[in-house]
Design a protein around this ligand. Structure first.
Ligand code: GCB
Length: 597
């Protein structure tokens, strides 16, 4: 195994390994495929010193925990045991699963034994919805590959590695923060570690549709087009694409690389927030059929407007972190996604900013069913190592995985590439490459990034980011009335905004502890937050905006928020408390958005 080992002593040891080895091109539309779930109870060993990986000379050991050794005799020395270790339900972050791991950052080994019966001529892929942050994956004692990045899916071809009968997967998960990673060491959210999303074995025929794209063709409402990507020994097998409800069917013959384009003349009913119509489509190859649910819609800009199906839409937005309501921790279920998105709907929102990393697929699909437009972003946040080429490759890879997974989700209208990154030549260069990369994979979405404002004079803020010209939507975060003066400052502002592009306020707001009451002049009270929202929306009325996203729907855990009695490890800017109680400011947004839509 290729390993790059960096050790430095700064009061602790830090290991950096090579990333993304042996990944198989990402298989998409996983929720509609034949799978065996490996979710459930996994054994786990907390390995503070990485003894399961390195020997006492700090060299990778041949006899690491991935071997899952068991003593063969009464005198056999084996200093670990998965079987005798605690169990954790996967998918779940370890911080909210085990009290002892609440603050833990480091390595945990997970093991799952399972019975399997591989079928002749079928192919099998081991799929992870997400593992935060670095995963080294082993199957039956053998190294399979690795992945870096805590919020995107990855898979390995394990066709030749699965056995009849008992098999075991071992995953070494390390959520240690590093300066050169994506995100970097400094964030305002909890670094939940673990196998946080589904673990599945995907079963496919020898030749199968690995990936595909289907959408309305550009500039028309009467044609659907796309492509299929076959994988296997017979890449030129024909693929039947059908949309039964429209009584349409087309046969595609891919080229020698398995790639085939198609178009269908059809006039589908359009998906929109008011009418979240989805079409069942199917793709059949050599007798095997796979379904998918598709939203047909257009998204565009015109001057400073955002258009959905050629109609201007005000993005009545709200930011959401992927944190579970009521119980805390990461969530990975349609039910919890539904709870959060229902609150957004109750607030009259038609748009959600999925902050600050790609959310789980349940969230994206649930939003699509509910008619909620989405902004999806990668965790290029604050002070990323813009000078490091590996950091750029890592960010590009996370971007690619996000777009690959969700390109068929019509609900997603914006890919965002960065949040509050400090302007400099190296940062501009880094982000320019990300913009180019995003457009080269998917040119049909709007590109944005959350920028920062600057002051021309005391009350004249402007957006001067040199990358404004590159993006389709100019977004910026602004905390006037919280980090920047008191709420009444809002009434004094004379904004200078770009006129030729849509402008969104991608964050604003302030903190309040739910149930803490006082006057509107007392910080941390619901009344202060309410006043801040009253002043903010009055200011927005005077700006020519295409959308607004309060920060944030629900209070969320953050190691940066330490004020006892008020924060206690929570960012309190939620409009709803972490136990689901709405604060007063929620209703300011609800009433304002009712007028906007
Ligand atoms: C920001 C960040 C967000 C923070 C928020 C805050 O500008 O983008 O991640 O959580 O401010 O609460 O300060």
């Amino acid at each position: 195994m290729k390993k790059l080992l960096t050790i430095f002593f700064a009061g602790f040891l830090s290991f950096t390994t090579m990333a993304n080895e042996n990944l198989y091109p990402l298989i998409t539309n996983v929720p509609n495929r034949d799978v065996t779930s490996l979710n459930g109870d996994w054994d786990y060993i907390v390995d503070r010193y990485e003894v399961g990986y390195y020997d006492y000379r700090l060299k990778p050991s041949q006899w690491g925990f991935f071997k899952d050794q068991k003593p063969k005799s009464e005198t056999d020395l084996v200093e670990y045991s998965f079987e005798a270790s605690d169990k954790m339900f996967i998918p779940r972050d370890w911080n909210s699963s085990d009290e002892k791991l609440y603050f833990y950052e480091g390595t945990v080994w997970f093991r799952r034994a399972f019975e399997f019966s591989p079928k002749q001529d079928e192919r099998y892929f081991l799929y992870f919805g997400a593992v935060n942050y670095e995963a080294l994956v082993y199957l039956n004692g053998e190294y399979i590959g690795s992945h870096k990045g805590g919020f995107t899916p990855f898979n390995f071809d394990v066709t030749d590695k699965l056995k009849e009968g008992e098999n075991f997967v071992v995953v070494k998960v390390d959520n240690t923060r590093h300066k050169d990673e994506v995100p970097t060491v400094n964030t305002d959210w909890w670094n939940y570690g673990g196998i946080t999303r589904d673990v599945l074995i995907i079963e496919e025929a020898e030749t199968f549709v690995r990936d595909f794209s289907i959408s309305l063709s550009e500039d028309t409402y009467t044609e659907i087009s796309g492509w299929v990507q076959l994988d296997g020994e017979n890449p030129q097998t024909s693929v039947k694409v059908s949309i039964p409800e429209l009584k349409k069917e087309v046969s595609v013959t891919p080229d020698e690389n398995g790639r085939g384009a198609f178009s269908i003349s059809a006039k589908p009913e359009l998906w929109s927030p008011e009418n979240p119509k989805l079409y069942e489509i199917s793709l059949s190859v050599a007798g095997k059929t796979m379904n998918e649910q598709i939203a047909f819609r257009h998204v565009d800009t015109r001057g400073n407007e955002i258009l959905v199906n050629d109609k201007p839409v005000y993005l009545s937005g709200i930011c959401i972190h992927e944190e579970a309501p009521f119980r805390g921790g990461r969530f990975n279920s349609a039910a919890e996604a539904h709870t959060l998105l229902s609150w957004a709907k109750e607030m009259n929102a038609n748009f959600v900013r999925l902050a600050h990393y790609p959310h789980n697929e349940y969230m994206v699909r649930e939003a699509e069913k509910m008619g909620i437009l989405l902004w999806s972003e990668i965790p290029v946040y604050w002070t990323i190592s813009f000078t490091n080429e590996e950091t750029l490759q890592n960010a590009k890879n996370q971007l690619e995985e996000m777009i690959t997974r969700d390109k068929n989700r019509g609900a997603v209208i914006i890919w965002s590439l960065a949040n509050e990154t400090p302007v400099s030549d190296v940062r501009n260069h880094f982000l320019t490459q990300l913009v180019e990369h995003a457009r080269s994979i998917d040119d049909s979405r709007l590109i944005s990034m959350a920028m920062e404002k600057e002051y021309h004079d005391a009350y004249t803020p402007a957006i001067n980011d040199p990358l404004m010209g590159l993006v389709d939507v100019v977004s910026f975060n602004s905390y006037i009335g919280w980090y920047d003066g008191l709420p009444e400052k809002c009434s004094k502002m004379n904004w200078e905004l770009p006129v030729n592009k849509p402008v969104i306020i991608s964050e604003f707001g302030g903190g309040a502890k739910q149930g803490h009451h006082g006057t509107k002049n007392q910080i941390w009270t619901e009344e202060f937050q309410e006043e801040l929202y009253i002043q903010s929306v009055a200011m927005f009325e005077k700006m020519n905006l295409a959308g607004t996203c309060p920060w944030i729907l629900m209070d969320f855990r953050s190691p940066r928020r330490l004020l006892p009695g008020i924060q206690d490890g929570w960012n309190r800017k939620g409009l709803i408390s972490n136990d689901g109680i709405k604060k007063k400011a929620f209703f300011i947004m609800k009433d304002w958005y009712e007028l906007k839509n």
